[in-house]
Design a protein around this ligand. Sequence first.
Ligand SMILES: [Fe+2]
Ligand SMILES: [Fe+2]
Length: 440
Amino acid sequence: MAVPAYAVVPRAETLASSCPMTSKITSSNSTNMAKSLVPTRLSSSAWITGQRFCVNSFSSKSSVSSSSGTGQATTITMTATMPPKADRKVSGLYVPHETHKQVLHSIPPSKLEIVQSLDTWAEETLLPFLKPVDKCWQPQDHLPEPSSEGFYEEVKELRARAAELPDDYLVVLVGDMITEEALPTYQTMLNTLDGTKDETGASLTPWGVWTRAWTAEENRHGDLLNKYLYLTGRVNMRSIEKTIQYLIGSGMDPQTENNPYLGFVYTSFQERATFISHGNTARHAKDFGDAKLATICGLIAADERRHENAYSKIVEKLFEVDPDGAMLAFGDMMRKKIAMPAHLMYDGVDQNLFSNFSMVAQRTGTYTARDYADILEHLVARWNVPKIEGLSGEGRRAQEFVCTLAPRIRKLDERAQLKPKRSPKTGPFSWIFDREVQMW
Ligand SMILES: [Fe+2]
Ligand SMILES: [Fe+2]
């Protein structure tokens, strides 16, 4: 496999410098700054909306991104989450509205070699997590068959079942479907990772094979949910399609620095988050009397679980061959917080669409701040993090940080629950023809 040139290329200066809330640190003070990363003031929804550096969520001193610790530090600039709203449309074009100053190619050559030495391991251990196409379910297995006589009757039944689904459930399901439909972005993200990217588009390395087959499996999720929701007649498909187009156009900003250590921590977390979310939409569909939709969401959740196991296995291997590097990567991603993949969603109307969708997901118990803490705790146990020995000083600090973070998030969430309840707030969602849904 070709070795990508090692380079740290700063970019996004224009956006960063145009933001009044930008600050800069240099490598010389990054360690001191890293010590002040502990969140001091936190709203529970910030953990699920992934709005890093939101001034409502962190004290100003903690607004910092560091390099992964697995590579060299560089000049690092942080931007606040939201530039002025007026900046989001320029000459009719939508401008992605969350951009951090990026650290690129942070994996040093010695660690890149470690990753490249895992090809045989990936062939033998990672690829078996994929399912042969013939053994996979396909969207059509769970949709009315358009070539059959009974098609119209099946559609009628589907619509009768879907008529019972409440609007807040539909909003969450649509948000989940839109997240799935932005799959080109996630394949792009995987192909930013040094040492594991698909270099040719048809690369025969196990990493290239994995990435394409993973994408192909994931592609069924958005297809099935999209077609199902279309047939229900309950949602505004044009608005949903616009949101998908905007979202793919915006991309995502997971701050994984082209670094496979960071990238696979991110995907391990993210696949578990989608497993939980789809598992909950399955349970809720059953409660609302739509058993077929429950099956659909359950099947998707099972795929996410299998993918989570695969990505977790990669990080487990990194912990085995490079415990310090893996620990630093885990700590770094958790300090930055895991941004949800669809955090840049926009429908052309609602400037706070992702945050509003996240609030509905939180209120309906589909994906909550507690889930974020549970996932973190699960990964800490899965990788046996408290027991890892032989770490550097920085590695031990990262270990301490990740091992104590989940209880801290829980405590903050409990404190938020104890606060006097705010009067309920509703808001319209274009996805359901501007009908109002309770957000809290
Ligand atoms: Fe998926
Ligand atoms: Fe997934």
